[in-house]
Design a protein around this ligand. Structure first.
Ligand code: LLP
Length: 417
């Protein structure tokens, strides 16, 4: 998706200099071709699995529509993600409503929409039963189980450890299914876990499959034959240019464990996955302009995007590759790329060797399609930036840049002020 032509960084067949001129900066730029390649890789690696796109990774409607039109379902974590998924055209029976703290209103919305639920607590199970009763509807559910597995990733994105807030402890799993069996409106059809994100080694997924497989076999003895086993998302991507497992690598690693699991069952539960980052992560760059270069104890490159637009480096210490987009040259200076936010933690990239940078240059921050714009804010009174889609030599604005007036959205001033 990225190439250099006469020294200038191109996204597909479009120059980043032209994009900056036409749409301004900062701007997220997504390659449709790369998105389609990623979707295709999952379809090829997992032809028989249900692939649910984790909407939290990037909820731009155009991007969601492209993914939905490829037959993916959706993993949604809120009323808003459900709303967007329905608009984007994801099929209702392939939407799973996840979440550890759903409001009654969200549960009602999901029930009315006819989607499936991943149930995270006994309280939630009882709430679903009572709302479904009121609505006169049967609801298909899975339980999210916490399998206590260390995915060996950043602690803030490890979600399947004992101390994590997600899921029902594995030792309470059978009790959960027993309870569901006694209910009138709730139909247990699946089991769910998600162990973490940015996982670069398939073996924790295999362990998850084995642990969940044991529970599924126990559940069968209770007379419940499940339709699906959802192993969640979490496949990592190659942020550092050192390689990362592909969907195919994951498929190859999982297949024997899945076969083994099936051999112990009467039913043939389908495999479900919920990839987010590995579908959208490497499709997008954040293009940002240099406002100032300051030399001192450190060489700072101050750009017009900060942690208001890309919080991953500040929040998780995440590494994103950075390149100078408008010119090529020998990497001769060590720079730290910082944003305009009034916090010393507003660092996008630390100590990077780059060609000599000057005011007005364009910097591209790579692999920002997942957990980029979706985690943005208006902190420091900064309107959010635009998003652009590139396909071949075509470009389209897929989210307008906010204006200062958007900072007022929904604000009210009481008449007594
Ligand atoms: N399914 C569930 C239930 C999840 O909680 C998540 C991510 C996914 C699927 C998708 O995982 P993925 O394939 O994208 O790894 N903001 C953090 C990542 C948070 C992940 C939260 N859950 C980051 O920027 O690294």
């Amino acid at each position: 998706m990225l190439s250099r032509r006469n020294g200038i960084l191109f996204v597909e067949d479009v120059s980043t200099v032209d994009i900056a001129e036409k749409y301004g900066t900062p701007v997220y730029v997504t390659s449709k071709l790369q998105l389609e390649k990623n979707v295709e890789a999952y379809k090829k690696a997992f032809p028989n699995a249900e692939k649910l796109y984790a909407v939290k990774a990037n909820n731009n409607l155009t991007i969601m529509k492209i993914i939905a039109s490829n037959g993916f379902g959706a993993d949604v974590f809120s009323d808003g993600e459900l709303y967007l998924s329905l608009l984007a055209g994801f099929e209702r029976d392939k939407i799973l409503f996840n979440g550890n703290s759903k409001t009654d209103a969200e549960i009602e919305m999901g029930i009315r929409a006819g989607v499936k639920f991943s149930v995270d607590s006994f309280d939630e199970l009882r709430t679903i039963e009572s709302i479904a009763e009121k609505e006169g509807k049967k609801i298909e559910i899975a339980f999210r189980i916490n399998p206590d597995i260390d995915p060996r990733t950043h602690p803030k994105i490890a979600t399947g450890l004992k101390e994590s807030k997600f899921g029902i402890p594995e030792e309470q799993a059978l009790k959960a299914y027993e309870m569901a069996l006694k209910m009138k409106k709730v139909v247990p059809v699946g089991i769910h876990c998600h162990i973490g994100s940015q996982i670069l080694d398939p073996s924790p997924f295999v362990l998850a499959m084995q642990k969940i497989g044991k529970i599924v076999a126990e559940i069968e003895k209770m007379g419940i034959q499940l339709d699906f086993i959802d192993l969640g998302g979490g496949l990592g991507i190659d942020y550092e240019g050192k390689g990362a497992p592909s969907p195919e690598d994951l498929s190859k690693a999982l297949f024997p464990a899945y076969e083994e699991l099936l051999s112990n069952l009467k039913a043939e539960p389908k495999l479900w996955l919920e990839p987010g980052r590995s579908v959208v992560g490497n499709t997008t760059i954040l293009l940002t302009k240099v406002n100032a270069v300051k030399k001192g104890y450190k060489n700072f490159v101050a750009v017009d995007a900060g942690f208001n637009l890309l919080i991953r480096p500040a929040m998780y210490g995440s590494y994103h590759r950075v390149v100078v987009a408008n010119k090529e040259g020998k990497e001769e200076e060590l720079y730290t790329i910082v944003g305009p936010i009034c916090e010393s933690g507003d660092i996008l990239a630390k100590d990077r060797m780059l060609p000599k940078v000057e005011k007005g240059d364009l910097i591209a921050i790579l692999d920002t399609g997942a957990y980029g714009f979706v985690m943005s804010s208006q902190y420091n009174g900064r309107a959010r930036c635009a998003e652009v889609l590139v396909s071949g030599s075509k470009t389209a604005l897929i989210r307008e840049r906010e204006t200062l007036a958007d900072l007022l959205a929904k604000q009210r001033i009481p008449e007594w002020i």
